[in-house]
Design a protein around this ligand. Structure first.
Ligand code: 4AD
Ligand code: MG
Length: 472
């Protein structure tokens, strides 16, 4: 295999590499071209790392079509760079333009084949503009770095759980139940649109599966069934929410990681979440140094030190009741006035993490009215064993709980909430046959990537963002 630029930049210099098979060949896309009198500099990037490989054309003709965005194959010798900015460069000996990129809209347009100039000509583009060209934005420094960090993190998620004895479980994407009871689900249907909305021929609850079906909002309930079989499982898959929250932290399609563990109490669950986040931060610091330095310089100053200091600290813990007391006594002019029983707003979460704790906070024991039906009830009759992990800038990154494992308590709660017990009979079976205390949590993968990179908008940390009103 020919080397990637990341590997070339790590090679020793001065000789033809590999030494006995002759020339070194690089393949990638042209980022920039600078022409001097007899010298042409071409920066090539192949996405294997942030850095470009500078290729110098000294007396070698540069072919027509070698412009920003074109794909090229260049061979030559790797030499120490006499100039600042890079340690090594490629002294080009031969070059082929593999695929041209139109650099001006002047060419000959044909029907169905308009001539459009390559949109990434300039060095800097706004992230909003880049969202409109998701098929090309991966070729920018920022989005390229985000996707490399994302890839490294996904791998680190699997290796963390594997080391802790968790089995990777694939939970269904099409489901018949609303795990969160929030009702913000996408309906799945194989019927033509009129039959879905209109009365003609539409069978309520009919359709392909013979009952209502949806895209999953969480794999938790199914994960619970396997935690009651394999002890420790986790899911990592796509999740869908039809909430109309047009914010910088919500997507309609996102990836969620959900561990679920038998015999885990709430405090085991919190310890797992804390170890998990720290482990991911360490992994990315170790593996994505160059990309993180880029985020630290350009996107979120100090992010590297922040991540390092979190690894060395203990997350602050407080109950919901304590958190509300902190909010009530603060002089902060909140838009939503905090009171016991309120659903915490992101301004409240920001205050707790940024002003009170100066780092991540784990809030526990929320009022049962604002949490899902499956959470274990405390003896006070008012609160449940919930835990949310909040981080500065973003607010909630993890939500979880100990689960209600007492059949009668769970049934009563479902009745109170007017839930259809038949749909959940299989879930109740877990409480009928060998019920165990168990706990788990969910982490939005994009929120994690957002936190680590400092990217302000969640739409810029997933390759193809899907959000209310926008299917890019
Ligand atoms: O707090 P949530 O709704 O919890 C659950 O779904 C539980 N079933 C998890 C569990 O206990 N197994 O969602 C979990 C996390 C949130 O903390 C947040 O990070 C992320 O999922 N999340 C979203 N991320 C992006 N866009 C959205 N619309 C999100 N909704 C939740
Ligand atoms: Mg939540």
């Amino acid at each position: 295999m020919f080397p990637l630029i990341k590997e070339i930049l790590a090679m020793k210099t001065g000789s033809r590499i590999p030494p006995d098979s002759g020339e070194l060949r690089v393949r990638g896309w042209v980022r920039t071209k600078r022409e001097m009198k007899n010298l042409v500099f071409v920066e090539v990037n192949d996405g294997s790392c942030l850095s470009n490989l500078q290729c110098t054309f000294d007396g070698i003709p540069v072919p027509a079509g070698l412009s920003t965005g074109a794909s090229v194959e260049i061979s030559g010798r790797l030499v120490l760079s006499p100039a600042q900015g890079q340690a090594v460069e490629l002294a080009a000996e031969a070059v082929t333009v593999v695929g041209r990129a139109e650099d001006s809209p002047a060419g000959k347009a044909e029907p169905g084949n308009p001539v459009k100039a390559y949109p990434l000509q300039k060095k800097r583009h706004s992230l909003e503009f880049l969202r409109e060209i998701p098929h090309l934005r991966g070729r920018t420094n920022t989005i390229g770095a985000v996707m490399r960090v994302r890839s490294a993190l996904a791998f680190a998620v699997h290796s963390f759980f594997r080391k802790q004895g968790f089995q990777y479980l694939h939970t269904p994407i099409i489901t018949g139940n609303d795990a969160e009871g929030a009702g913000a689900m996408f309906r799945v249907t194989a019927q033509d649109p009129p039959a879905v909305s209109g009365p003609a021929g539409a069978k309520p609850g009919g359709g392909f599966f013979g009952r209502e079906s949806y895209l999953t909002v969480s794999g938790q309930l199914e994960a619970e069934t396997y935690a009651a079989a394999l002890s420790r499982v986790y899911t990592f898959g796509p999740t869908f929410r039809a909430e109309h929250s047009n914010t910088a932290r919500h997507l309609a399609e996102f990836w969620m990681i959900e561990p679920e563990a038998a015999f885990f109490t709430l405090s085991d669950n919190i310890a797992l979440a804390e170890a998990f986040l720290k482990n991911l931060f360490s992994a990315v610091l170790e593996e994505c140094g160059e990309d993180l330095r880029f985020f630290d310089e350009r996107i979120e100053k100090g992010i590297i030190d922040t991540l390092k200091s979190i690894i060395d600290s203990r997350f602050t813990r407080m109950t919901y009741t304590q958190a509300v007391a902190e909010l009530e006594k603060s002089r902060q002019p909140f838009e939503y006035k905090p009171y016991w029983g309120c659903d915490m707003q992101s301004e409240h979460e920001k205050y707790l993490t940024e002003k009170i704790a100066g780092g991540p906070v784990v809030v526990t024991d929320y009022p049962k009215e604002i949490k899902a039906f499956y959470m274990k009830q405390n003896d006070d009759g008012k609160t449940v064993r919930a835990m949310d992990v909040l981080v500065p800038r973003l607010g909630e990154i993890i939500g979880g709980s100990e689960r209600e494992n007492r059949l009668d308590v769970l049934q009563n709660r479902m009745t109170e909430l007017g839930m259809n017990a038949e749909t959940y009979d299989w879930y109740l079976d877990l409480r009928r046959y060998g019920s165990v205390p168990h706990s788990g949590f969910g982490m939005g993968f994009e929120r994690l990537v957002q936190y680590i990179t400092g990217m302000a908008n969640i739409r810029d940390v997933i390759p193809y963002p899907r959000a209310a009103g926008q299917l890019y």
